[in-house]
Design a binder for this molecule. Sequence first.
Ligand code: ACO
Length: 335
Amino acid sequence: KGCKLVGCGSAAPTLKVSNDDLAKIVDTSDEWISVRTGIRNRRVLSGKDSLTTLAVEAARKALEMAQVEADDVDLVLMCTSTPEDLFGSAPQIQKALGCKRNPLAYDITAACSGFVLGLVSAACHIRGGGFQNVLVIGADSLSRYVDWTDRGTCILFGDAAGAVLVQACDSEEDGLFSFDLHSDGDGQRHLNATVKQNEMDDVVGSNGSVLGFPPRQSSYSCIQMNGKEVFRFAVQCVPQSIESALEKAGLPRSSIDWLLLHQANRRIIDAVATRLEVPPERVISNLENYGNTSAASIPLALDEAVRSGKVKAGHTIAAAGFGAGLTWGSAIVRW
Ligand code: ACO
């Protein structure tokens, strides 16, 4: 059995924050940010906007493009590291979409690699589990976990959602050729947002162990990042991963119509493209307008490229995500 991408959609918050806006709250400049990262604007959730609403909007657009009813969706995968419910956001999205048959819906947490992992998971569910229509949503709101006084990180991130519908098809039509996935927990020290330890009154449990009680509200620390290490990791691991996925698919580099990387940094994208000898005109990037939107960045950029007519039916895309975990992975797909 095969699987193919049949629709995409995206959504971003209305509040736009420019580099000049950031320069009013931290010691930075439009020049510093745009030269080092390629980012000029980002969108940030505010007021009544919610990540779930954005995810639903992106998913609805993907269903509309695919001409598939919400009732025909049999799996919703919400790739996010910033759910609005600790137990997962996907069931709320399933409900808001009006999927009446109560299809399975669950979250996948793999930071900026989340969407690629979601795509691969969708294919596994279709090939091995008999699923027909799988919605893969990538959505994140890292603005909620950024230290807005830290100029080293707050300039990088934005909020958004993107979605694709992956559908079962005959094997001749298969549109997910191969993938390559990795993680390295040792690299977590370079990029993380860990849970804060509560200050708790110690009480001794009946078996003598010390319990903290009563546990008080928990929260996460802001994003901590060693930018240079993350940069080094990305430019080394991502080209290797794409090469490996191409090899598994039996495809040469020249078969890549579009290189679509997680939109973290212009210099990372350029370095990976150079290593893979993909010319700039075949690289998809919308980083300038949205910053790093984590799990949303690939489906958001794909959606814009499809709707603008850049990516056409039959094109081969090398997509790669990389980020916290550390996690990274590639998928060679046909649109
Ligand atoms: N404005 C002005 N100056 C700044 C800023 C800023 N926003 N941020 C840092 N600086 C200063 C530093 O304080 C430092 O000053 P000093 O030399 O006086 O000490 C100087 O600029 C250099 O700082 P570095 O951190 O060494 O800057 P670097 O050249 O490494 O660039 C950057 C930083 C852009 C973050 C780069 O390391 C990078 O792109 N790394 C990859 C990060 C990334 O993509 N992360 C996302 C991963 S995806 C995910 O999973 C979340």
